[in-house]
Design a binder for this molecule. Structure first.
Ligand code: NA7
Length: 870
């Protein structure tokens, strides 16, 4: 059966781990006809379900979903007894799977793989086990789980306790009887929350040591959810398909209800429904914005805290159990059965380690800053070195002697969470950078295994035998993983998702939060694009299509998808007035932008009549005058008004601390070139002359604009220079139109599909200018004399047709001796940086703009000096 491998053993593939992922991987590799060897340090199959045998251990994804789906016959042969199966039942299931497919014969149990080394000459891995065996294989696959490496107790004196010590993650097979004992539990994560109610049933005294209270909702365990079973009965394939293309691997319609705008009744109704349903898929989907908007999250968190207060009778204990130091969902939310009620029992006590930290474990018990506790047993439910722990501990050494531990010293680096450069033919199942722990593992595991099996099959068919990601593809993916995390509240928590639970572990967001569906699409696209980002070699073959699979900011991609689904007519097919109405309608639905101290509307005299303006003054001190920014909205000289860029003006005002005066100008086609530019210059002259009345500091004036607004802003600077005044301290040009040449590479790359299209740009130009005027510097300022222009900040967005003319303007300004800051809006489109409150990833770019604005002005210049200077 478990025949130890001999020294000369050679296999096509070695798989470490015999849990869900290892078992399915073995099955698929065998199907491919490969020779395979599996190892597990456990005595049997089961993985996490082999080790975590503590009372109360259950899955927290409902069983109709927490199950293999690769074989309909297997599904027919197994019936789960509960909504959330217990550990013994899940273990039975995995044994059943192993037996049904005869997998055990390929697995060597009770064997730890101690090292793996890549041999570049032989193009093979050498695997060493704790029994001294050496095995050679072409493909090395770690199916070692995300939560399999227990965190060692990082508590002073942990070794001194003379009583019984238990770890939830390494529970004795024979079970433990706590009857009549004084028991301590340290840790209130999922394991603690599951085990505490059951230990309380036996122990004479139970003391729970809590460092961080956790959000938990009742599991409402019982029979498997009838609605899910019915859907499976009616259309199993459809149900499984929906799971695979869902956000977390469980079929669920994502809500579009925003917590911040929903009525109290709607909020309450959605929350109560999720509370009653008792599923993670429900509670993470109460509000569409709960993981992005702190205010929305607070609403949900407070409703959970109310529930805790309503269950726990002692108000002080209830308050201690209420999580307040992290947003809901930023640490793993839990499902429980009677957890909070447990604290109403007279023999159960909660100790708040924030108030009285543990000083030391002693021979008899635990000493905190305030008290000494005596115990018969201590249970550690203190968690795991998550996601990377088992991988780096396994001593994997790739090309040139580089170990995984060394490569990942500053945090893991993977392509798709599947592979890492420098380690050919080394695959990780559910590795860091894949959805894994943020998803239904059963679905994510099947997807990973299917991808690896498909890849090996493709390689074999093409005569290739090594595969490895490129540095470019890998760093692009790492960036994407971090970008996806950065727009959420996840990085704010000290969670194991961030590596924060293990002292000294780099603080990096480990899983991929873009969704199971988006992730699957990315993996499929990589294959569809000829294994983009992978180098594959074989006898006489070396092929690599290098590139980055996802470089757009995730929220920008979401906005584009949303707009595409709305099916709006292209603006360039509409008359100007209809296009204006369409723009106003879409603007009405967006978030309003931040509060500012004061907003006033007025008019200024323009060259051909009054021009409306709106002034934004920042909230708070200082009371006196501030630098002044004259802003011009975007809209291709045709569209836009004071409302169109209102959220952006608010944002600029609050971030920069300047008074922002947004000026409306005459639009084409009613007023064609050079009307808008002349209005802009007049507005700047007027603002400079009236700075004090506007609350500005005389002489401290900058201009700013977006798109066509940036065009007229910089034309105004050129006109001011020629007219020898007024003095302009700086110009901020966000995705500016500075040239009429539409042949640059960025037009070719981004001229279609990113809102501002080549066709729309042509429509704008046609409305604004005659072709003969388009070379004029007042239309195409890149072609003007750029000497003596003020300091400049130019924002160039990756997916903007105008990107390259913005970059060209920056270079030309620099060549003319103008100080220039080129801010790259990485992963953004022409419009996305301006979408305040909708596109969160634009915030760092807007912060950079505000910083550039502040730098234009001498800091804290006394008003008298400024007056003298002006
Ligand atoms: P978790 O979720 O990491 O929980 C561990 C708990 O132990 C958590 O409350 C920790 O507090 C606490 N802890 C860890 N170290 C200490 C020390 N030194 N002193 C006091 N308290 C400590 O692990 P679980 O096993 O519960 O769950 C892991 C996953 O398995 C779960 O999310 C599911 O996906 C399945 P902290 O929050 O760090 O302050």
């Amino acid at each position: 059966m478990n025949k130890p491998a001999s020294v000369s053993d050679q296999f096509d593939a070695v798989v470490v781990g015999a849990g869900f992922s290892g078992l399915y991987m073995l099955y698929r590799l065998r199907q491919l006809g490969l020779s395979v060897k599996g190892f597990d340090s456990a005595g049997d199959v089961g993985g996490t379900w082999y080790w975590n045998r503590y009372p109360g251990a259950r899955c927290d994804i409902a069983t109709p979903d927490y199950t293999f789906s690769f074989d309909p016959e297997l599904e027919n042969e197994w019936t789960w007894s509960e909504k959330y199966a217990t550990q013994p039942e899940i273990l039975d299931y995995l044994r059943f799977v192993a037996d049904r497919y005869g997998l055990r014969s390929d697995i060597q149990f009770s064997t730890t793989v101690t090292s793996a080394r890549w041999d570049e000459q032989e193009k093979r891995w050498t695997i060493t086990t704790g029994h001294g065996q050496e095995i050679r294989c072409r493909y090395y696959i770690m199916a070692t789980g995300c939560l399999s490496m227990p965190k060692s107790p990082d508590i002073e004196g942990a070794g001194r306790f003379a009583g019984q010590v238990y770890f939830t993650s390494r529970w004795p097979h024979e079970g433990v009887d706590f009857t009549g004992q004084r028991v301590a539990v340290i840790g209130t994560g999922s394991s603690g929350i599951q085990v505490i109610p059951l230990i309380a049933r036996q122990a004479s005294q139970l003391t729970v040591f809590q460092r961080t209270p956790n959000f938990s909702i009742p599991a409402h365990n019982g029979p498997a959810p009838a609605d899910r079973l019915r859907q499976l009965d009616e259309d199993r394939d459809g149900y499984r398909h929906d799971a695979r293309w869902s956000r977390i691997g469980v079929p669920n319609e994502p809500t579009d209800v925003l917590g911040v705008t929903a009525s109290e009744a709607v909020r309450r109704e959605r929350f109560e429904a999720a509370w009653e349903q008792g599923e993670l898929a429900g509670i993470v989907n109460v509000f569409a914005d709960q993981l992005f908007n702190p205010a929305s999250n607070d609403i949900l968190a407070e409703m959970i805290r109310e529930k805790i207060r309503s269950i726990v009778t002692d108000p002080e204990t209830a308050e201690t159990l209420c999580p307040k130091d992290h947003y809901f969902g930023t640490k793993r939310p839990c499902l429980d059965t009677g957890y909070f009620d447990t604290y109403n029992l007279p023999h159960v006590r909660l100790v708040d380690l924030r108030k009285q930290p543990i000083v030391s474990i002693t021979e008899d018990g635990i000493e905190t800053a305030d008290e000494s506790f005596g115990f018969d047993a201590i249970v550690y439910a203190t968690g795991f070195d998550a996601m990377t722990g088992a991988l780096v501990a396994a001593d994997v050494t790739g090309r040139d002697g580089l170990s995984l531990k060394e490569k990942w010293a500053a945090g893991p680096s993977t392509y798709l969470g599947l592979m890492t450069a420098g380690f050919p033919n080394f695959f990780m199942l559910t590795g860091p950078g894949s959805p894994s722990v943020l998803s239904n593992m059963a679905v994510s595991i099947e997807q990973h295994v299917d991808w690896v099996a498909g890849c090996l099959k493709d390689m074999r068919e093409e005569g290739l035998d090594t595969i490895e990601p490129t540095e470019l593809a890998e760093s692009g993916w790492n960036q994407h993983v971090q970008d996806c995390g950065a727009i959420t509240l996840m990085p704010t928590a000290n969670s194991w998702y961030m590596g924060a639970n293990v002292p000294g572990k780099p603080r990096v967001f480990l899983p991929y939060i873009g969704g199971v569906d988006a992730y699957r699409q990315a993996c499929d696209d990589v294959v569809g694009q000829g294994y983009l980002g992978f180098r594959m070699t074989g006898p006489g073959a070396d092929r690599c299509r290098d590139g980055v699979i996802r470089s757009m900011q995730p929220d920008v991609a979401m906005v584009l998808e949303f707009l595409a689904a709305m099916g709006l007519p292209p603006m360039d097919t509409l008359p100007a007035d209809d296009a204006r109405a369409l723009m106003a309608a879409t603007a009405a639905a967006r978030p309003p932008g931040p509060e500012v101290g004061e907003v006033t509307d007025g008019v200024i005299p323009g060259p051909a009549g009054d021009l409306p303006y709106r002034l934004y003054r920042p909230a708070g001190p200082p009371e006196g005058p501030r630098p002044l920014v004259v802003y011009f909205h975007g809209g291709g000289w045709v569209l836009g008004n004071l409302d169109s860029d209102d959220p952006l003006c608010r944002d600029l005002c609050e971030r920069s601390g300047a008074v922002v005066v947004s000026v409306n100008y005459r639009h084409a086609p009613e007023a064609r070139f050079p009307a808008a530019a002349l209005d802009a210059f007049a507005a700047v002259q007027w603002a400079a002359a009236n700075a004090l009345e506007l609350g500005g500091i005389p002489g401290q004036l900058a201009v700013a604009g977006w798109s066509a607004g940036a065009n007229i802003a910089t034309v105004a600077c050129q006109l001011a220079r020629d007219a020898e005044g007024p003095h302009i301290s700086g110009q901020v040009l966000i995705c500016p139109v500075v040239d009429s040449d539409m042949t640059r590479l960025s037009y070719q790359e981004n001229g279609d599909g990113y809102i501002l299209t080549t066709a729309l740009m042509r429509w704008f130009w046609d409305h604004y200018t005659d072709p003969a005027d388009r070379g004029e510097p007042r239309a195409a300022p890149l072609r003007g004399d750029l000497h003596g222009l003020p300091s400049t900040c130019i924002v160039a967005a990756d997916f903007d047709p105008l990107r390259d003319e913005g970059v060209a303007y920056a270079h030309a300004l620099e060549a003319a001796g103008v100080p220039v800051r080129l801010a790259r809006a990485r992963g953004h489109t022409h419009t996305s940086v301006t979408m305040v409150g909708t596109v969160i990833s634009g915030a760092p770019v807007r912060a950079e703009i505000a910083e550039a604005l502040r730098n234009f002005f001498p800091s804290a210049e006394p008003l008298e000096h400024a007056l003298q200077r002006s």
